[in-house]
Design a protein around this ligand. Structure first.
Ligand SMILES: [Zn+2]
Ligand SMILES: [Zn+2]
Length: 276
């Protein structure tokens, strides 16, 4: 029953305006077909540093906004559509025209270079070698320090993929997440964000793309969120119209096992807290 309610909504969705596979309209039609009530788009904000996944120019960002506004109007009687943005912590683009903001750290600025966190295991290993003296814990500390500031840097409502740095770990084992230095850095970032009025997304994006079998954040962080009564929501970070609620069943089990008692979900009447 709870799962049914929670699969009515997803606020983390990408399209061809950036690195998603489908057009925004194709995604809307898929959401309607799957009986969803709310679909939020959260395209990657324009990033001044060229990369492979963000909207390429401020003009494209404006076209994105206009297209979602058009779809909102066209499909108003069938689904509630929201126009959000996934704002990278290095993007200073104004976000007040969007319905909500997901704040995400996709880069570390190390030794005068922007190092992409989730591009490939090879890139992460190179950055560790080149800028962190070969010590993954130095990299992890820098990552979590950036995450601790993500609300300040992006004024986000939702914190995106809290421990994204572990994206490749199931196959490449880059970070020893049981290392006390890793846990300390992660919990310090989490505690800083728990002081703010933010929602943590439980993000299944790397599961649908075959990188991971579990969502972000890891159970150790979910336990802390439960202890401190932080807010969580389920997001799929879908880059494909067929994965709008991918892995929500597994994420829900994990949340229950971590002691989390309720999940916020966006409904046609705004945020609702669902007991799980
Ligand atoms: Zn992201
Ligand atoms: Zn995303």
């Amino acid at each position: 029953m709870n799962l049914q309610l929670l699969t009515k909504s997803n606020l983390h969705t990408h399209t061809r305006f950036a690195d998603g596979k489908h057009t925004a309209e194709e995604v809307v039609l898929s959401a309607i077909e799957n009986g969803m009530d709310v679909l939020g788009f959260s395209e990657h904000s324009f990033h001044p540093h060229p990369d492979v996944y963000s909207m390429e120019t401020p003009q494209i960002q404006e076209e994105y906004r206009k297209e979602i506004a058009r779809l909102k109007h066209v499909y108003a009687d069938r689904i509630k559509i929201l126009c959000g943005i996934e704002q990278d912590s290095f993007c200073g683009v104004p976000t007040d025209v969007f319905d909500y903001v997901i704040g995400s750290v996709h880069y570390l600025y190390l030794g005068g270079e922007y190092c992409e966190i989730d591009l490939s295991a090879k890139d992460t290993l190179n950055a560790i070698q080149k800028h962190c003296g070969g010590d993954p814990m130095v990299y992890a500390k820098a990552y979590f320090e950036a995450v601790a500031k993500v609300e300040q840097d992006t004024q986000c409502d939702i914190v995106g993929h809290f421990d994204l740095l572990t994206k490749f770990d199931e196959k490449a084992s880059i970070f020893d997440t049981s290392d006390p230095r890793y846990i300390k850095a992660g919990l310090e970032a989490l505690d800083a964000l728990l002081e703010k009025d933010v929602i943590f997304e439980v993000n299944t994006g790397a599961m649908s793309r075959g990188y991971r079998t579990t969502p972000y954040p890891a159970p150790i962080f979910l336990h802390r969120i439960a202890e401190k009564r932080g807010n969580v929501t389920l997001n799929s970070d879908a880059h494909n119209k067929d994965y709008l609620t991918y892995g929500f069943d597994k994420a829900l089990q994990l949340l229950k096992a971590s002691g989390i008692g309720s999940v916020l979900t966006m409904t046609s009447n705004g945020w609702k807290n669902i007991a799980i």
